[in-house]
Design a protein. Structure first.
Length: 304
């Protein structure tokens, strides 16, 4: 019998019965996540018998939680911080991109065999494709080397970007940045370099020569919403793409600077967030997520 499910955006119709497939999200903290709203509305829209729930899980409980995927015959789970690397030791297989990133954000359970994937980079590339922009043969300046920057760099290299110029401060992510460079050099034809973000002259020059500038740091997001790595609009040129992985606030300070420069293609992280979810959705269900519908009910209504 059909049950009515009430989501953040009002009543939606779906199925919750003895045949419902369960999908989880394992992270800590996690109660702020928008993923349950996205996936449950998508399941309901397509009439799929799935349910998506959050589980507040850190590294200390992760092994038992992953074992529960098999025990409960869950279809799979998303994984977020602090578990993206730690979870690998408990899985049976990894996708090529996950191996290169040394991180997993999506687990698929096929009859007890757990395979790890990373869909964040797919989300970035697809978000640009949705806007009619291909990364093939392009030059990108990428700020950051953490949780979002790594899969963006790896997937872009795999999908045919010509050159990636990574800039990062010499913090605890520097070692990861060096590893990303080595991985890309060994596995793709992409040219890749790493430069200390303290070298502002090199940073400015790189942006000026790039087709794409992507900020994959936490700058611009709370509590740094009044900050940006690029303060001067003259650093940008109008024909480039400026992409900020931040989606709250909706218009980051970086985006405002780019808009002031007259940059034609300026994007927030909402498209990436939806498309990384859509890639996971496809892995679990074999169906395409109704992304236009999800964007409308989750985000477009905010501006009405």
């Amino acid at each position: 019998m059909a049950n009515k499910i009430t989501g953040v955006n009002g009543p939606i119709t779906g199925w919750l019965d003895g045949h419902t497939y369960l999908i989880g999200l394992m992270a800590y903290p996690i109660r702020h996540s928008m993923s349950p709203t996205m996936h449950n509305n998508a399941f309901a829209k397509l009439g799929l018998n799935f349910a998506y729930l959050c589980f507040e899980i850190g590294n200390d409980k992760l092994e038992g939680a992953v074992n529960a995927i098999r025990t409960l015959d869950m279809r799979g789970s998303n994984v977020s911080m602090p578990n993206k690397k730690e979870v690998i030791k408990y899985l049976d297989k990894l996708s090529p991109a996950s191996k290169m990133c040394d991180a997993v954000n999506t687990i698929v359970n096929d009859h007890g065999v757990l395979t790890g994937y990373t869909t964040d980079g797919i989300g970035f590339v697809q978000a640009l494709k949705d806007e009619g922009i291909s990364i093939k043969g392009k030059v990108m300046t990428l700020a950051g080397a953490g949780g979002a920057a790594t899969p963006i760099a790896i997937q872009s290299a795999l999908d045919g970007i010509k050159e990636i110029r990574i800039f990062n401060i010499k913090d605890d992510k520097w070692e990861q940045a060096e590893k990303n460079v080595k991985t890309i050099q060994e596995n793709t034809d992409c040219k890749v370099t790493l430069t200390d973000l303290a070298d502002q002259d090199a940073f400015k020059k790189s942006i000026a020569e790039s087709d794409i500038y992507c900020d994959a740091t936490g700058v611009g997001m709370k509590p740094l919403e009044d900050k940006t790595l690029v303060e001067d609009p003259s650093w940008f040129h109008k024909d480039m793409v400026v992409f900020d992985t931040v989606y709250a606030p909706r218009t980051s300070k970086l985006m405002k600077v780019a808009q002031k420069a007259g940059v034609e293609h300026v994007f927030d992280g909402i498209g990436m967030m939806i498309e990384q979810g859509a890639a996971a959705f496809k892995l679990w269900t074999g169906k395409d997520m109704p992304t236009d519908y999800i964007r409308q009910i989750m985000f477009d209504d905010e501006n009405k």
